[in-house]
Design a protein around this ligand. Sequence first.
Ligand SMILES: NC(=O)c1ccc[n+]([C@@H]2O[C@H](COP(=O)([O-])OP(=O)(O)OC[C@H]3O[C@@H](n4cnc5c(N)ncnc54)[C@H](OP(=O)(O)O)[C@@H]3O)[C@@H](O)[C@H]2O)c1
Length: 257
Amino acid sequence: METKTVAVVTGASQGIGRATALRLARAFSAVVLAAREKNALESTALEVRKSGAEAITVACDLREPAAAEAVVKNALDRFGRIDALLNIAGAVPQIDLFEMTDAQWDDGAALKLHGARRLTIRAWDALKKTGGSVVFMSGSAAFDPKPGFAAVAAINAAILALAKAFAEQGIKDGVQVNSVSPGAVLTHRRETFFDKWAPAHNMTVQQAMEEFPKQVGIARFGKPEEIAELMAYLVSPAAKWMTGAALRIDGGEIKGI
Ligand SMILES: NC(=O)c1ccc[n+]([C@@H]2O[C@H](COP(=O)([O-])OP(=O)(O)OC[C@H]3O[C@@H](n4cnc5c(N)ncnc54)[C@H](OP(=O)(O)O)[C@@H]3O)[C@@H](O)[C@H]2O)c1
């Protein structure tokens, strides 16, 4: 009998996480989908099943410590193994450095940094058993911090370091760990970014969406499916020797080497 392979994807209800789950449905036997919105998760699950993979949903708030336990328990109870963990959920507030409150900083870190950290720790033993792979989601702001989005930059930079620390442990434990830093990808989150960026640049949202690529020096926005392809590569057998890498996929936005 063929061994089932199981991927866990957070943020799978929309955007990059949903695109990644759908892409992984072509490579894994089963995909475990986590985020808060049950209905949106079920819609992703429906699409995953159409590709021939099994899917279960775990509706949870990954800021809560108990969520990591729920995701891993559901995955192991149903499928008995975890081969890949893709930590994609993130919603760091996009607020000016001088206006952002401690509570807003804590909230951003609670999901994107600590949610991913806790889930990876909770899934680690299962990943050790399969020689599995983990991908952390950072973002290009880590490489180009601006005062308007300082928390996004700082938390993304912390994720690069966190992923590297897990990767170092993973060399001993047989678990591969990398991080991905997308640039501007058109998703719901990017639209909310323009709600702030447009007035700050005296533009309408429509004008801002046309102007932004020119201002940051890219030919166009990225698509969630393009990020999903890289995520799928990183958890594929072809990438097995790649670990501890921090990969940028940003249409050339970051100009430094
Ligand atoms: N789009 C970009 O330009 C861009 C650039 C760089 C990095 N990124 C990163 O890519 C990741 C995905 O972003 P996206 O653009 O695809 O955003 P998105 O469309 O807003 O998706 C965010 C995902 O995170 C989930 N999520 C939010 N709060 C949660 C919580 N408390 N518990 C569990 N899940 C939660 C959301 O699901 P629910 O609402 O159902 O919980 C959703 O599935 C984020 O980490 C983001 O920082 C995006």
